[in-house]
Design a protein around this ligand. Structure first.
Ligand code: SF4
Ligand code: SF4
Length: 384
């Protein structure tokens, strides 16, 4: 099986990854770019194009492939503007010239454009495109996609995964270590916010409020069963995906520290991990205030690291079997399986969690009351 591993652009990742058993492809993107991505933010390392080019050369010399992300969910219609379209083509020419092995996109039009004008560039569909059915998988394959990273919400729906596998012949990938809420209600908004924040022509210069991550972190801490419901596939359960002929396991976490990326890649390549599962998951850290994406400029936000949970990975042995017969989409309101498992395998410090939840609630109160914005006072004074 092939592993897609995130890069934080640290050269120290390259040698250890090249020694792992699996066939490794790194993936990454500059913090801001023409098309944008689905995960940029203040955590990402500031890099210039020339440095990325050098990094990709080093990865190739060590026998690793490289996938470049172009996976923002929309370009605010800028792809149809003559001048921006020219820049888009120049950007793709640059990506082509630095000899990346593949690109990952979300926008269907980009699949067609790339396959028409850069036909040898392998084109992957991002999980952000929400390919969660046979119909969508077939449509993207018809557009020309060489590979599809499935919507992570279907990671444990084995019947559906098998049906998609039988319906398409392109490569299929699963995002394995995502801590995202199952059927996250903020997901579309979040990817949209990050996509725009990471685009070089964004009128707000990447400024955004991290509402979605504050919200989902709060949801995970107030309902601990969410940390079992989420669709992570443990390293030990990867064999279930191999049985269905899933070709690629993708690890998420471009903003994770080098040690954590290596630890996750080692676990997934050996299909074994001893200890706290939380340590190899991509846990996003909420930014309280206004966050500025990628650029070296001032960032008006506070990093608020969430309290650490302990999820006993060994105690989860066999827990995936339940999902082979359960229909989570329609039966979650009358099933307490994840709550029961959470009670057995998760430990945390209640006081630390309560304090943190109070802080996030206070921030959300500032947002929903508009107090965080200066205009609130102006609007109020005009009303008088
Ligand atoms: S990071 Fe949070 S808000 Fe974003 S998709 Fe995942 S769970 Fe949802
Ligand atoms: S339906 Fe049951 S197993 Fe599925 S997510 Fe809900 S609680 Fe978990």
């Amino acid at each position: 099986m092939q592993l897609l591993v995130p890069t934080n652009w640290d050269p120290a990742l390259i040698a250890p990854l090249s020694r792992l058993e699996a066939s490794i492809e790194l993936y990454g993107v500059l913090p801001t770019s023409m098309i944008g991505s689905g995960g940029s933010g203040p955590d990402n390392v500031y890099m210039m194009g020339g440095q990325a080019e050098e990094y990709i050369k080093q990865a190739h010399s060590a026998g690793l492939k490289f996938d470049y992300l172009l996976n923002a969910p929309s370009m605010s219609n800028m792809e149809w503007d003559e001048k921006t379209h020219r820049e888009l083509l120049e950007h793709l020419e640059w990506i082509n010239s630095i000899e990346v092995d593949s690109v990952t996109v979300t926008i269907p039009y980009l699949v067609e454009l790339i396959k028409r004008q850069f036909p040898h560039l392998k084109t992957r569909v991002s999980t952000i495109a929400h390919v969660d059915s046979v119909a969508r998988a077939k449509s993207f394959e018809l557009l020309g996609a060489d590979s599809i990273t499935l919507d992570f919400n279907i990671n444990r729906d084995f019947k559906l995964l098998k049906a998609i596998r039988n319906a398409v012949s392109c490569e299929l990938a699963l995002l394995a270590n995502n801590l995202c809420l199952y059927k996250c209600p903020y997901e579309y908004y979040h990817h949209d916010s990050l996509g725009h924040a990471s685009q070089s022509y964004n009128p707000l210069n990447g400024c955004y409020v991290d509402y979605c991550v504050v919200r989902c972190t709060l949801d995970r801490l107030c309902d601990i069963s969410q940390n079992i419901k989420f669709r992570c596939v443990r390293p030990e359960d990867i064999h279930a995906c191999e049985e269905i002929c899933i070709d690629v396991v993708k690890i998420s976490g471009r903003s994770m520290p080098t040690e954590q990326i290596l630890s996750a890649a080692t676990a997934y390549s050996s299909r074994h991990y001893q200890g706290n599962l939380y340590d190899i998951l991509n846990v996003l850290t909420p930014k309280i205030g206004l966050a500025n994406s990628g650029s070296p400029g001032a960032q008006n936000h506070t990093i608020a690291t969430p309290p650490k949970l302990y999820i006993d990975n060994q105690a989860l042995e066999g827990f995936m079997d339940f999902f082979r017969k359960q229909n989570c989409l329609s039966e979650c309101h009358q099933c307490n399986y994840c709550q029961k498992i959470a009670n057995e395998v998760i430990q945390f410090d209640r006081n630390e969690v309560d304090e943190y939840v109070a802080m996030l609630n206070a921030f959300l109160d500032n947002l929903s009351s508009s107090r965080i914005f200066k205009v609130k006072a102006e609007v109020r004074s005009r009303r008088r």
